[in-house]
Design a protein around this ligand. Structure first.
Ligand SMILES: [Zn+2]
Length: 248
């Protein structure tokens, strides 16, 4: 199927949290949208943080949790009238070295460092190949590509940003990552790192009209909602979204 817009989401919730109002606006206007999520699987946890994540989500194991999360995402996309694709890559919290017993990122500190492990090189290549296939299926080259700016420095968000940037150069519209965008220092840091500060136009989208639909979509992520609220999800995230586009 051909789409007017693709929303390339690192995790199962990011596109809806950061750009759900825009998804709803497009589908309301009769445009077709697809949420493509990159990291949609987990492996057996080997770190304390990975075990903690499963426990906080009130689930028995990683496999059950992620199958539940994929289902939640399917429902959320449906609420916004969008299609969905799950690319099936493993979340950073669960990635290991080839021996499978040592973590690639030992704790959240490394995950939110913005520094991509050299051992993720092959993964990045596989993601680029996957995105290229999706691109090749889009015969209409005017397709709009929405993707994360990478605020907050989560390695999966940075990887998604860099891969999208490579496969869709100059074509992407970057969203401010919710809930990290409300930290001004993190936002400015990321804008300068991504060379977006002077090279882009900032667009604030008033998505008030779609805020109820967005709220209903976000509520589909039942296993994550408490953690998201704790991390700073706020009312403004429902009625105003901010994007950056390259200056032509
Ligand atoms: Zn995320």
């Amino acid at each position: 199927m051909l789409f007017h817009a693709l929303f390339i989401s690192p995790h199962l919730d990011d596109a809806v949290l950061s750009a759900g109002g825009e998804v709803a606006r497009l589908t309301h206007d009769g445009k077709s949208a697809c949420i493509v999520t990159v990291f949609t699987r987990a492996a057996a946890p080997v770190t304390r943080d990975a075990h903690g994540f499963i426990e906080e989500s009130n689930e028995e194991n990683a496999e059950l949790l992620f199958s539940k999360r994929r289902l939640e995402d399917r429902k959320a996309a449906g609420v916004l009238g969008a299609h969905h694709v799950h690319m099936g890559f493993i979340d950073a919290l669960f990635r290991t070295l080839p021996n499978k017993s040592e973590p690639l990122y030992p704790a959240y500190k490394q995950i939110f460092s913005g520094n991509i492990s050299l051992n993720d090189r092959l993964l990045c290549e596989q993601i680029r190949v996957g995105l290229q296939k999706i691109k090749n299926r889009q015969t209409d080259k005017r397709v709009r590509i929405y993707a994360p700016l990478g605020v907050g420095g989560h390695v999966d968000h940075i990887i998604t940003h860099l891969c999208v940037r490579e496969i869709f150069p100059k074509q992407s519209i970057w969203w401010e990552d919710v809930p990290y965008r409300t930290h001004p220092i993190q936002l400015f840091k990321r804008l300068s790192e991504a060379s977006c500060y002077n090279a882009t136009n900032k667009l604030i989208k008033n998505t008030l009209q779609y805020s109820k639909q967005k709220l209903n979509a976000v509520r589909c992520y039942k296993s994550q909602i408490a953690k998201l609220e704790y991390s700073g999800l706020s009312d403004i995230d429902y009625y105003a979204e901010a994007y950056y586009t390259h200056v032509k």
